[in-house]
Each structure stands twice: as structure tokens, then as C-alpha cells.
Design a protein around this ligand. Structure first.
Ligand code: ADP
Length: 213
């Protein structure tokens, strides 16, 4: 996939240089599709790992505030919405940096995706006892109450006319919830149809907490 991306970007650059902007745009679209395919492969691999009980946490100490800031900045690059980040001093935590960042990105990109008519997404962090909480609030289509538990299941997508217009497979939240469960934490949502959703996860701040959990 990496070579495919490099070749596509090479073609795009050459087309721009030749002032063939129409075909350069096609190459750009190919590049975007490669990103989607890469994400899909990575999701399917994660599902396989979960099913085989092989999703391992690679834990270390890292700065939670810095990670949240990085992920917000990264998501802001592709989002039309203003992502407001309500800072809080959480400090260092002991967990799997890569997997936690994956869940943060999933929640923020969903918030953006499912609120096409809104222009803001609010991310906040908080220290709650010996856990850290990360929340993403959107002002989008929301989720009917009877579907709120199901969205964390594999391949589940809320299906009414509106949702069908959003691309996706229904794997992101399943993977996120398995990661959070593995850390000894919890993931949950409060939502109102037509008003928006508030997705949060809470994970133990240190290893001792996890062992006691
Ligand atoms: P995908 O977005 O690929 O369908 P997810 O597992 O991330 O998969 O989400 C599962 C389903 O939960 C989505 O199809 C959508 O119906 C619903 N959902 C997730 N996040 C939101 C949100 N922020 N607002 C409204 N619905 C959401």
C-alpha cells in the first residue's frame, strides 16, 4: 500500500508539473481511496486480532495532554468543523499510547462525520479520581435511545434513510470499545436524536488501578 501511495503521488506531481490539472485531480482521488483502503485493511486486521484474543496492549508511560492535543491537531487538518479543545491537566498516564490515540481519532472523526450541518465539535479531558476521561461532543444527527448500546457491536450501523448517506462499515466503535475494555476502562454515549451525541471513554491512569479494576 505504501508503494502504491508513493507511485500515485509521483504521478500527481508530474501531472501538476505538466499543468494537466484534471488528471492530477484524478490522481489525488486515487490517493484518497488508497487511504480508505488502508484504513479498511487495518480495521479488518484489528477485528481478526480481537476475535483471536490477540489484541495486545503495548503499555508505557506517556503524557496524556500532549497526545490529546496531537490528535485534535491532526483531526483538525481534515475537518471542516472547528474542533474546540477544553484543556485539562491530566498529566502522565500508563497505557497503550497508540491504541488510545486510535480511539480518540475514531471518536473525533465520527463526531465530524455525523454532524454535517454543524460547525463545531468539542473535545474535553478530565481527571476523574484515578481515571482519565476523554469526551467528544457533537451537534449532529444523534442516535435513537434504543440503538445507543448496539452501536458498540461489530458491523452495527444505525440504519434509517439519513444514516445510509454516510460511508462506513460499523467497525470503528466495536474496535474502540474492545481496546477500552482491554485497558480496564469503559466507553459510553449520551445522545439525543437531531441534537447530537457525547461520546466518552474513561481509562485507568496508572497500572496499579488497572490491576485493582
Ligand atoms: P461507521 O462510522 O464506520 O459506521 P462506527 O463503528 O464508528 O462505524 O459507528 C457505528 C454506528 O454508530 C455508525 O454507523 C452510526 O450509525 C453511529 N454513530 C457513531 N458515532 C456517531 C455520532 N457521533 N453521531 C451519530 N451516530 C454515530
Amino acid at each position: 500500500m505504501t508503494s502504491l501511495k508513493i507511485y500515485t503521488q509521483f504521478i500527481e506531481k508530474n501531472l501538476v508539473r505538466q499543468n494537466d490539472l484534471k488528471n492530477a485531480q484524478v490522481a489525488r482521488k486515487m490517493d484518497d481511496q488508497i487511504d480508505l483502503l488502508t484504513d479498511l485493511i487495518s480495521d479488518l486486521l484489528d477485528v481478526t486480532k480481537i476475535q483471536n484474543g490477540k489484541i495486545q496492549l503495548n503499555e508505557s508511560e506517556f503524557d496524556f495532554d500532549q497526545l490529546a492535543e496531537e490528535i485534535v491537531a491532526e483531526q483538525q487538518m481534515s475537518a471542516r468543523h472547528k474542533i474546540t479543545f477544553n484543556h485539562s491537566q491530566v498529566g502522565k498516564i500508563f497505557s497503550d499510547r497508540h491504541r488510545v490515540s486510535q480511539v480518540m481519532s475514531n471518536l473525533i472523526s465520527n463526531a465530524v462525520k455525523y454532524s454535517p450541518d454543524a460547525d463545531e465539535v468539542i473535545v474535553s479531558t478530565k481527571l476523574v479520581g484515578d481515571h482519565v476521561r476523554f469526551c467528544v461532543k457533537d451537534f449532529g444527527i444523534g442516535i435513537p435511545e434504543d440503538k445507543q448500546k448496539k452501536i458498540f457491536e461489530q458491523y452495527y450501523r444505525v440504519s434509517n434513510a439519513k444514516e445510509h448517506t454516510f460511508p462506513g462499515l460499523g467497525l470503528g466503535l466495536y474496535i474502540s470499545s474492545e481496546i477500552i475494555k482491554r485497558t480496564g476502562g469503559r466507553i459510553y454515549v449520551t445522545s439525543n436524536e437531531e441534537k447530537g451525541s457525547d461520546f466518552c471513554f474513561e481509562i485507568p491512569k496508572s497500572k496499579n488501578v488497572q490491576q485493582n479494576a
